[in-house]
Design a protein around this ligand. Structure first.
Ligand code: SAM
Length: 291
């Protein structure tokens, strides 16, 4: 029997920390025009996609991140019609957004078309319903360029980016967040993939400092994602209406019922509310960003 290949996540090499997967089978590996891409099968996590040595999505735990990045801002907003996803190549976020019948159009701006092409073959559970949905509009472009030039306005912006390295680096800059604010409609909200604060505190603090200069209300919320190793994952939150972050559970429950009570495996109105209650060490990072 062939020796299993152990595939390391190299994202935290500088910290002297590595999570490594025993691949049952490597399904696909290539260098795209923008990044190194490998897809393999794993006994516990199912299919695992890594870009530039960082875990992006696995078929077994994807629901946690995708539901929390999507249903929290959309149910908090309450009447989101125009949604923008920056990044999101695997289409896992798009699949959750389109569960909201009230969303009139979803625009996804992805820099690397080969990630979407690849997802068509390897993640049909995401791309199948998404590409069949007339509300879906895919734009292949650098997210920075798109938000800096579009004349469209969005109720909800979801930044499902890679980490602040390679093509994803620009998506953590003040210029990018300022351009996102420019194309946000009144009463809009933006959420961002913001790393694991126990291992990446500077990433969270830097983004929150940028948000604070641009938006009336900035914060983060949390979820635990097994393959985003290192404890809590943070999702950045930026809006001008602070009430959006404080929608009562009863109202979230009503909105969920009005949205047809579609199936979720992580998000609930109670989990939504609780996700903004931060452990002290993360709350201290948020406070640090206020200084
Ligand atoms: N959930 C994952 C995570 O948290 O690490 C991210 C998943 S998704 C695959 C990330 C996507 O962001 C990739 O498809 C990548 O090509 C895209 N991306 C990276 N930099 C980008 C940029 N500047 N503009 C648009 N998309 C970008």
């Amino acid at each position: 029997m062939a020796e299993k290949r152990w595939i390391p996540e190299t994202l935290f090499d500088e910290l002297g920390f590595r999570m490594t997967y025993a691949a049952e089978r490597v399904l696909y590996e290539t260098r795209t025009g923008h990044q190194h891409l490998v897809l393999f099968e794993h006994k516990r996590f199912g299919k695992v996609l890594m870009l530039d040595g960082a875990t992006q999505v696995t078929t077994r735990d994807e629901f946690i991140y995708h539901e929390m990045m999507t249903h929290v801002p959309i149910f908090a907003h309450g009447r989101a019609r125009e949604v923008l996803v920056v990044g999101g190549g695997d289409c896992g976020i798009a699949e959750e957004v389109l569960k909201h019948a009230g969303v009139a159009r979803l625009t996804q701006v992805e820099i690397d078309d080969s990630v979407v092409e690849f997802a068509k073959e390897h993640f049909p559970e995401f791309t199948g319903p998404v590409l069949a949905d007339k509300r879906f509009d895919l734009v292949i472009d650098d997210g920075m360029n798109y938000v800096a030039t579009t004349d469209r306005r969005f109720d909800v912006i979801i930044v499902d980016s890679t980490d602040p390295q390679g093509p994803g680096k620009v998506l953590f800059t003040q210029d990018f967040y300022a351009a996102c604010k420019r194309c946000m409609g009144p009463g809009g909200v933006m959420v961002t993939q913001n790393g694991v604060p126990f291992l990446q505190p500077d990433e969270l603090i830097a983004s929150l400092r940028h948000f604070r200069k641009l938006f009336a209300d900035s914060a983060c919320y949390i979820a635990a994602i097994p393959t985003y190793v290192g404890g809590h994952m943070t999702m950045g939150w930026a809006a001008d209406d602070a009430r959006l972050r404080d929608v009562p559970v009863a109202t979230l429950t009503e909105r969920y019922a009005a949205a047809g009570h579609f199936a979720t495996r992580y998000w609930t109105p109670e989990v939504h509310k609780a996700a903004f209650a931060l452990p002290r060490f993360i709350a201290e990072h948020v406070a640090q960003a206020q200084c």
